[in-house]
Design a protein around this ligand. Sequence first.
Ligand SMILES: [Cu+2]
Length: 237
Amino acid sequence: MQKLKLQSIAAEAVTRIEICLPRVFPWKLRGGDKRATEVITKSITHIGGELMKRAVILMITILGFCGIGRSAMSQTVDDYRLSGRRADATVSFGLWQTDPPLNRFAGNPAMGAGNHHEVIPNVSRINISRKDSGGVNFIISGNHVVAIYDDGTRPEDIDPNLLVPGITTAGGVIDDPDKRIYLGANETAPTGARDRVEVVHFSKPGTYLVICAIRNHFVNDGMYGFVVVREDQLFAQ
Ligand SMILES: [Cu+2]
Protein backbone atom coordinates (compact mmCIF):
# COMPACT_ATOMS: atom_id res chain seq x y z
CA MET A 1 0.00 0.00 0.00
CA GLN A 2 2.82 2.35 1.02
CA LYS A 3 4.75 1.37 -2.09
CA LEU A 4 1.76 1.98 -4.35
CA LYS A 5 1.26 5.43 -2.84
CA LEU A 6 4.92 6.35 -3.30
CA GLN A 7 4.86 5.09 -6.88
CA SER A 8 1.83 7.24 -7.53
CA ILE A 9 3.62 10.31 -6.10
CA ALA A 10 6.67 9.53 -8.21
CA ALA A 11 4.62 9.15 -11.40
CA GLU A 12 2.88 12.46 -10.76
CA ALA A 13 6.19 14.22 -10.12
CA VAL A 14 7.68 12.85 -13.31
CA THR A 15 4.62 13.95 -15.28
CA ARG A 16 5.05 17.47 -13.91
CA ILE A 17 8.69 17.48 -14.94
CA GLU A 18 7.76 16.34 -18.44
CA ILE A 19 5.16 19.06 -18.77
CA CYS A 20 7.60 21.76 -17.71
CA LEU A 21 10.34 20.68 -20.09
CA PRO A 22 10.53 22.51 -23.43
CA ARG A 23 10.31 20.26 -26.46
CA VAL A 24 13.95 20.89 -27.32
CA PHE A 25 15.18 20.44 -23.75
CA PRO A 26 18.35 18.37 -23.90
CA TRP A 27 17.29 16.12 -21.05
CA LYS A 28 14.29 14.96 -22.95
CA LEU A 29 12.08 12.66 -20.86
CA ARG A 30 9.34 12.31 -23.43
CA GLY A 31 9.10 9.15 -25.52
CA GLY A 32 11.96 6.68 -25.56
CA ASP A 33 14.25 7.90 -22.78
CA LYS A 34 12.77 6.31 -19.69
CA ARG A 35 16.01 6.06 -17.75
CA ALA A 36 15.52 9.31 -15.86
CA THR A 37 11.94 8.33 -15.06
CA GLU A 38 13.09 5.02 -13.60
CA VAL A 39 15.82 6.68 -11.54
CA ILE A 40 13.41 9.11 -9.94
CA THR A 41 10.79 6.41 -9.32
CA LYS A 42 13.31 4.13 -7.69
CA SER A 43 14.75 6.87 -5.55
CA ILE A 44 11.35 7.51 -4.04
CA THR A 45 10.00 3.98 -3.73
CA HIS A 46 13.17 2.34 -2.51
CA ILE A 47 13.51 4.24 0.71
CA GLY A 48 11.65 6.65 2.91
CA GLY A 49 12.89 9.18 5.46
CA GLU A 50 15.97 11.16 4.63
CA LEU A 51 16.42 10.00 1.05
CA MET A 52 12.78 10.72 0.35
CA LYS A 53 13.37 14.30 1.44
CA ARG A 54 16.43 14.53 -0.79
CA ALA A 55 14.47 13.24 -3.75
CA VAL A 56 11.77 15.83 -3.17
CA ILE A 57 14.39 18.59 -2.88
CA LEU A 58 15.98 17.33 -6.11
CA MET A 59 12.65 17.49 -7.93
CA ILE A 60 11.89 20.98 -6.64
CA THR A 61 15.33 22.09 -7.86
CA ILE A 62 14.74 20.56 -11.29
CA LEU A 63 11.29 22.16 -11.55
CA GLY A 64 12.75 25.54 -10.63
CA PHE A 65 15.50 25.12 -13.19
CA CYS A 66 12.94 24.21 -15.83
CA GLY A 67 11.04 27.43 -15.16
CA ILE A 68 14.16 29.56 -15.52
CA GLY A 69 15.26 27.66 -18.62
CA ARG A 70 11.92 28.05 -20.32
CA SER A 71 11.81 31.75 -19.49
CA ALA A 72 15.31 32.32 -20.88
CA MET A 73 14.48 30.33 -23.99
CA SER A 74 11.31 32.30 -24.74
CA GLN A 75 13.26 35.54 -24.29
CA THR A 76 15.72 34.34 -26.92
CA VAL A 77 12.88 33.41 -29.27
CA ASP A 78 11.32 36.83 -28.75
CA ASP A 79 14.60 38.48 -29.70
CA TYR A 80 14.88 36.74 -32.99
CA ARG A 81 11.34 36.12 -34.10
CA LEU A 82 9.61 39.28 -32.86
CA SER A 83 6.98 37.26 -31.07
CA GLY A 84 5.30 38.49 -27.95
CA ARG A 85 5.98 42.17 -28.47
CA ARG A 86 3.35 43.16 -30.99
CA ALA A 87 5.55 43.20 -34.08
CA ASP A 88 2.47 43.10 -36.28
CA ALA A 89 -1.20 44.03 -36.22
CA THR A 90 -4.28 43.09 -38.16
CA VAL A 91 -6.60 45.76 -39.51
CA SER A 92 -10.03 45.14 -41.01
CA PHE A 93 -10.31 47.48 -43.99
CA GLY A 94 -14.01 47.43 -44.85
CA LEU A 95 -16.43 44.82 -43.54
CA TRP A 96 -19.28 42.87 -45.11
CA GLN A 97 -22.59 43.56 -43.44
CA THR A 98 -24.92 41.03 -41.87
CA ASP A 99 -27.84 43.26 -41.00
CA PRO A 100 -29.79 43.18 -43.25
CA PRO A 101 -28.59 39.72 -44.26
CA LEU A 102 -26.14 39.63 -47.13
CA ASN A 103 -25.73 36.82 -49.65
CA ARG A 104 -22.62 37.08 -51.84
CA PHE A 105 -22.71 33.50 -53.04
CA ALA A 106 -23.74 34.34 -56.59
CA GLY A 107 -21.71 37.53 -56.74
CA ASN A 108 -21.11 40.85 -55.05
CA PRO A 109 -24.02 43.27 -54.75
CA ALA A 110 -23.97 46.13 -57.26
CA MET A 111 -22.96 49.68 -56.43
CA GLY A 112 -20.91 48.67 -53.41
CA ALA A 113 -24.00 47.72 -51.43
CA GLY A 114 -23.67 45.53 -48.35
CA ASN A 115 -20.30 46.87 -47.28
CA HIS A 116 -19.38 48.82 -44.18
CA HIS A 117 -16.74 51.48 -44.84
CA GLU A 118 -14.63 51.47 -41.72
CA VAL A 119 -11.06 50.85 -40.54
CA ILE A 120 -10.98 48.62 -37.46
CA PRO A 121 -9.22 49.14 -35.18
CA ASN A 122 -9.14 52.81 -35.98
CA VAL A 123 -5.74 53.09 -34.33
CA SER A 124 -3.47 50.07 -34.50
CA ARG A 125 -0.14 49.84 -32.73
CA ILE A 126 3.02 47.90 -33.35
CA ASN A 127 6.41 47.88 -31.63
CA ILE A 128 9.68 47.61 -33.49
CA SER A 129 13.34 47.53 -32.50
CA ARG A 130 16.34 49.09 -34.20
CA LYS A 131 17.32 45.81 -35.71
CA ASP A 132 13.87 44.46 -36.51
CA SER A 133 10.82 46.08 -38.00
CA GLY A 134 7.18 45.12 -38.15
CA GLY A 135 4.14 45.01 -40.34
CA VAL A 136 0.42 45.54 -40.56
CA ASN A 137 -1.87 43.03 -42.23
CA PHE A 138 -4.67 44.91 -43.97
CA ILE A 139 -7.55 42.54 -44.54
CA ILE A 140 -9.54 44.24 -47.27
CA SER A 141 -13.21 43.46 -47.80
CA GLY A 142 -15.02 45.45 -50.46
CA ASN A 143 -14.10 48.00 -53.09
CA HIS A 144 -11.34 49.80 -51.21
CA VAL A 145 -7.84 51.08 -51.93
CA VAL A 146 -5.30 51.37 -49.10
CA ALA A 147 -3.14 54.50 -49.12
CA ILE A 148 -0.63 55.26 -46.36
CA TYR A 149 0.97 58.61 -45.58
CA ASP A 150 4.17 59.31 -43.68
CA ASP A 151 4.57 60.18 -40.01
CA GLY A 152 2.56 63.18 -38.91
CA THR A 153 0.21 63.46 -41.89
CA ARG A 154 -3.33 64.46 -40.90
CA PRO A 155 -6.55 63.67 -42.79
CA GLU A 156 -6.99 67.37 -43.64
CA ASP A 157 -3.58 67.35 -45.35
CA ILE A 158 -4.96 65.08 -48.08
CA ASP A 159 -6.23 66.78 -51.23
CA PRO A 160 -9.30 64.75 -52.25
CA ASN A 161 -9.55 66.54 -55.58
CA LEU A 162 -6.36 65.00 -56.94
CA LEU A 163 -7.73 61.93 -58.68
CA VAL A 164 -6.48 59.02 -60.73
CA PRO A 165 -7.62 59.75 -64.32
CA GLY A 166 -10.29 57.54 -65.84
CA ILE A 167 -11.78 56.06 -62.64
CA THR A 168 -15.16 57.44 -61.63
CA THR A 169 -16.60 54.72 -59.40
CA ALA A 170 -17.55 56.06 -55.95
CA GLY A 171 -16.09 59.47 -56.74
CA GLY A 172 -12.84 58.13 -58.15
CA VAL A 173 -9.52 57.29 -56.50
CA ILE A 174 -7.55 59.95 -54.62
CA ASP A 175 -4.03 60.38 -55.98
CA ASP A 176 -2.28 62.81 -53.66
CA PRO A 177 1.40 61.78 -53.70
CA ASP A 178 2.60 64.26 -51.06
CA LYS A 179 4.12 62.21 -48.18
CA ARG A 180 2.43 59.09 -49.50
CA ILE A 181 4.54 56.03 -48.74
CA TYR A 182 2.21 53.32 -50.00
CA LEU A 183 -0.64 53.02 -52.50
CA GLY A 184 -2.38 49.68 -52.65
CA ALA A 185 -3.60 47.64 -55.59
CA ASN A 186 -6.27 48.96 -57.90
CA GLU A 187 -9.20 46.54 -57.68
CA THR A 188 -11.87 49.09 -58.52
CA ALA A 189 -13.01 47.33 -61.71
CA PRO A 190 -16.27 45.32 -61.46
CA THR A 191 -14.17 42.16 -61.64
CA GLY A 192 -11.72 43.38 -59.00
CA ALA A 193 -10.81 41.23 -56.03
CA ARG A 194 -13.08 42.41 -53.26
CA ASP A 195 -11.42 40.18 -50.65
CA ARG A 196 -7.68 40.33 -50.32
CA VAL A 197 -4.79 40.97 -47.93
CA GLU A 198 -1.99 43.50 -48.24
CA VAL A 199 0.82 43.27 -45.70
CA VAL A 200 2.68 46.55 -45.29
CA HIS A 201 6.12 46.86 -43.71
CA PHE A 202 7.06 49.59 -41.23
CA SER A 203 10.69 50.16 -40.27
CA LYS A 204 10.60 53.58 -38.58
CA PRO A 205 8.70 54.88 -35.55
CA GLY A 206 5.89 57.30 -36.30
CA THR A 207 2.16 57.87 -36.56
CA TYR A 208 1.05 56.95 -40.06
CA LEU A 209 -2.24 58.00 -41.63
CA VAL A 210 -4.06 55.23 -43.48
CA ILE A 211 -6.94 56.21 -45.76
CA CYS A 212 -9.21 54.51 -48.20
CA ALA A 213 -8.32 56.26 -51.44
CA ILE A 214 -11.84 55.76 -52.81
CA ARG A 215 -12.91 59.39 -52.68
CA ASN A 216 -16.45 58.92 -51.39
CA HIS A 217 -15.31 56.53 -48.70
CA PHE A 218 -12.70 58.98 -47.41
CA VAL A 219 -14.66 62.22 -47.77
CA ASN A 220 -18.21 61.07 -46.98
CA ASP A 221 -17.64 58.09 -44.70
CA GLY A 222 -14.45 59.14 -42.96
CA MET A 223 -12.77 55.88 -43.84
CA TYR A 224 -9.32 56.41 -42.36
CA GLY A 225 -7.26 55.41 -39.35
CA PHE A 226 -3.73 55.42 -38.00
CA VAL A 227 -0.86 53.02 -37.49
CA VAL A 228 1.30 53.96 -34.53
CA VAL A 229 4.79 52.49 -34.71
CA ARG A 230 6.85 52.75 -31.54
CA GLU A 231 10.35 51.65 -30.72
CA ASP A 232 10.28 48.95 -28.12
CA GLN A 233 12.06 50.40 -25.08
CA LEU A 234 13.39 47.00 -24.15
CA PHE A 235 15.45 47.07 -27.34
CA ALA A 236 16.17 50.80 -27.53
CA GLN A 237 19.74 50.68 -26.24
CU1 LIG B 1 -13.09 52.31 -49.11
